[in-house]
Structures are given as structure tokens and as C-alpha cells.
Design a protein around this ligand. Structure first.
Ligand code: PLP
Length: 433
């Protein structure tokens, strides 16, 4: 019998309100805060707030706590490393955790040939590094990115973003030479191939493109799974025109889709894979994993003081052990159960227009009307709140999509609890309407 969900006091309780008040007074106003969750501790898929409420976590701090909260093996790896040393700077010196993780990712990264790895502190930093790498490697400046994509908050990354205007507004001038094209969305088909042909006919030559940056599954943009044909088109384009294919797997990687990287589920091999989020189970670490032939920048041209910190490397190595040791397979099994359950919910609730997923990366899209597919703005906030009050943590993405991104350790009972609460939340909203 699970010790969660358990709502002892309607959130936010008194202790939570104290924290929220202080936060609202002193923290930067740029933070969003989806709903008033004030975390105290976590264990596996369970999050406990400061007032003793316990929740089932189906968002993992935006797809980060991949092995669940405070997995004992990850915590032990962190503690053992922290006792020895915290820092020596990977850019200038050596230590085993760093070279072990580079070796491990070079073998785990997509593609059979030799690869090399640059470690970063975050997803955005992996994007920034990759932008520099592709320009320096190809001696070209233009890149292609996709509508609805999200790659982080730094200036290079926001130049690639097109999921929300607010990420870019007033922060320009942004990087020149970024060309946005439609992402292939099976639920809302478009002529993405025609748009690409038009770009190359009217605005920039294909031989001027350094790289194509693409999330193999759109994350923040709405958990959209393109047909394999879309990714293969860009693979062929890069091969034909000497550009690099960069897969941003910051959200989709590290077992989330049931494979180490989502690219494997499409059968398309990129030249460069970017990782972060789930890689460290919550510790800040990311990676640029590139074909050896593509990682051609010279000594001293790129580095970082903190990146590849020994404690974060240890957490990542423990995470990879767990993902390879059964969690990716569990993601496949639990993902199939969840998807089947959510499709049943779709039969029951007209407000659900589409349910799609791969492994434990699942999107539920809400629409005003199934025929017009008009997004149901505002629905996600209501569903999140209703689920939160019942002990289930969810997170939105896109215009009207709930992203289901639980830790890879969930079991059948967790799936049942989540489906039950989602059903109850949707029923309560129907009554409220
Ligand atoms: N790329 C993708 C696909 C992401 O989902 C995110 C974060 O949500 C990032 C990059 C940026 O990562 P970070 O927030 O670690 O900078």
C-alpha cells in the first residue's frame, strides 16, 4: 500500500505559505511557478511538501528526476564523491569521474562510430556549445530550427526558440542566421517539406547551412512526436549538403522514451546529440556528444569552470547504471500501460483531443472541439490545480497540453493512481463548468 497520495492540509498549507511569501518578496519576478507546491523531501515517485502532504510526481521538475527522487544509489555516489573533493576544474585538470562519464556517453551516444563528449552545466549550455561547434566545424553561420521548439534561456538558445514570444521579446538582437521551419505534427498536419523547399529557393542556399537543430520529440512545444520521415528528411539534407544534424535530447534522452535516446526509436542517427535534465537525476549536468569527425574545435576554444563537476559526473554515472539496468525497459512497459489508460480517458472526456507518447514522454492535448481542434487555452491550469489538490503533480506544455513525465521508476499502482486522479480531476471540471 502506497503512502501517497495523502493530502493532510489543503495546499498551500501554513508552512508552504510562509515560504511562498518570502519567495514572492525576494526572488526575481521572472519565475513562473505553476502552482503552490513547496517541496520538503522526495523518495522515488513521491514528493512531500513542507506541510506533510504527499504527492505522486508525474512531472519530475520538468523531466529531470529520472531515477525518482533521491535514489539511494545516486545519493550514495554523490556522497562518496563529495567526501573526496568537490572541484578541480575539468577544463584544466583530470579526474576519473570526468573521463569515465565521457567514455560512457561516447559509447551510449547514437551511432556506431567513434564519438567525443563535452560536458556542460545545463541544457542551454549544451545548445550554446553546439552552436559554436557547428559554426566552427563547417565555417558556415546559418542554422535551421523549428517552430514550437525550445532550447533554453541563453541568448543563442532563445534565438533557436519559437515556442513562446515571451522567451525572446526585448532580449534582442538575437543570433543572426537562424531560420525557423514547421515541425511535422501528425495531429495538425502542415506542408513542412514545401516550407523547407521554399526557404532554400527564396532565402538561403542549402550549402550555407551549418546545422539543423531539432528536438526529435518536441518538449516544451507540446510533446509532439513527428513521423520518422521528418527526421530522416533532415538526415538526408545534412548528408547531401555537408551540414550537421543536431538532436536536442535534453528532455527526450536518458531512457525517457524507453530507449537511451529518442533518436533510436526513429532509427535516425544525428551527428551531435545534446543531453541534460535526466542525465544527473537532478544534479546539474549536460553533454554534447558528437561524432569524432564533427568535434573538430581546437584546444582552448571552448571550456567551463564548473561543467563536469565530479559530484555531478558521479550522479550521472549512477543514473546511467540504473537506466541501463532496467529503468528504460520499465519506461517502455509503464508507458504502454499509461498510454492505453489515457486513450480510455479520451473516450470518456471530449475535451481530450489527442493522446500521444513514447515511453514515459506522453502528451494529452485539450481542445475546445474535436472537429476544429481549437486548443483549449486555460484548461491545463485547471487540470493541474485539480490534480494537485488530489495529490498528483502535473505540468503543462504547448498551448493546451499536459505533459506526462514521471520518474522512470513508477509501477503499475502509480499508473492506476495517476489515471484515477486525472479522471476525477476532469470530472470535477465538467461539474464545475
Ligand atoms: N532543450 C530542451 C529540449 C529543453 O526541454 C530544455 C529545458 O526545458 C533545454 C534545452 C534547456 O535546458 P536548461 O533549462 O537545463 O538550460
Amino acid at each position: 500500500m502506497k503512502q501517497y497520495p495523502h493530502i493532510a492540509v489543503a495546499p498551500p498549507g501554513p508552512k508552504a505559505r510562509e515560504v511562498i511569501e518570502k519567495d514572492e518578496r525576494y526572488a526575481s519576478p521572472s519565475y513562473v511557478k505553476e502552482y503552490p507546491l513547496v517541496m520538503h523531501r522526495g523518495s522515488g515517485p513521491m514528493v512531500e511538501d513542507v506541510d506533510g502532504n504527499r504527492y505522486l510526481d508525474f512531472m519530475t521538475g520538468i523531466a529531470v528526476a529520472s531515477t525518482g527522487h533521491a535514489h539511494p544509489k545516486v545519493v550514495a555516489a554523490i556522497q562518496q564523491t563529495a567526501q573526496r573533493f568537490l572541484h578541480i576544474c575539468s577544463t584544466d585538470f583530470y579526474y576519473p569521474e570526468f573521463s569515465d562519464l565521457c567514455e560512457r556517453l561516447a559509447y551510449l551516444g547514437p551511432g556506431a562510430g567513434p564519438k567525443r563528449v563535452f560536458l556542460t552545466n545545463s541544457g542551454a549550455e549544451a545548445i550554446e556549445g553546439a552552436l559554436k561547434l557547428v559554426r566552427s566545424h563547417t565555417r558556415r553561420t546559418n542554422v535551421i530550427a523549428f517552430e514550437g521548439s525550445f532550447h533554453g534561456r541563453t541568448t543563442g538558445a532563445i534565438s533557436l526558440n519559437s515556442s513562446k514570444t515571451k522567451y525572446r521579446r526585448h532580449f534582442g538582437p538575437l543570433l543572426a542566421g537562424v531560420h525557423h521551419l514547421p515541425f511535422a505534427n501528425p495531429y495538425r498536419p502542415s506542408d513542412w517539406k514545401g516550407a523547407a523547399e521554399e526557404l532554400f529557393r527564396q532565402r538561403v542556399g542549402p550549402d550555407e547551412i551549418a546545422a539543423v537543430f531539432v528536438e526529435p520529440i518536441l518538449g516544451e512545444g507540446g510533446y509532439i512526436i513527428p513521423p520518422a520521415e521528418f527526421l530522416q528528411y533532415w538526415r538526408d539534407f545534412c548528408d547531401e549538403h555537408g551540414a550537421l544534424l543536431v538532436f536536442d535530447e535534453v528532455q527526450s534522452g536518458i531512457g525517457r522514451t524507453g530507449a537511451m535516446f529518442a533518436s533510436e526509436t526513429f532509427g535516425v542517427v544525428p551527428d551531435v546529440t545534446l543531453s541534460a535534465k535526466g542525465l544527473g537525476s537532478g544534479m546539474p549536468i549536460g553533454a554534447i556528444i558528437a561524432k569524432e569527425s564533427a568535434m573538430s574545435w581546437e584546444q582552448g576554444t571552448h571550456g567551463s569552470t564548473f561543467a563536469g563537476n565530479p559530484v555531478c559526473c558521479a550522479a550521472a554515472l549512477a543514473t546511467l547504471d540504473l537506466v541501463e539496468g532496467g529503468l528504460a525497459a520499465n519506461a517502455r512497459r509503464m508507458g504502454a500501460l499509461l498510454l492505453a489508460g489515457l486513450r480510455d480517458l479520451k473516450e470518456k472526456h471530449d475535451v481530450i483531443g489527442d493522446v500521444r507518447g513514447r515511453g514515459l514522454m506522453i502528451g494529452i492535448e485539450f481542445v475546445q472541439d474535436r472537429a476544429t481542434k481549437e486548443p483549449f487555452e486555460g484548461m491545463c491550469a485547471m487540470v493541474e490545480r485539480a490534480a494537485f489538490e488530489r495529490g498528483l503533480l502535473l505540468l503543462s506544455c504547448g498551448r493546451s497540453v499536459i505533459r506526462i513525465a514521471p520518474p522512470l521508476v513508477i509501477d503499475e499502482e502509480d499508473v492506476e493512481i495517476a489515471l484515477r486522479i486525472l479522471d476525477e480531476a476532469l470530472l470535477s471540471l465538467r461539474v464545475a463548468a
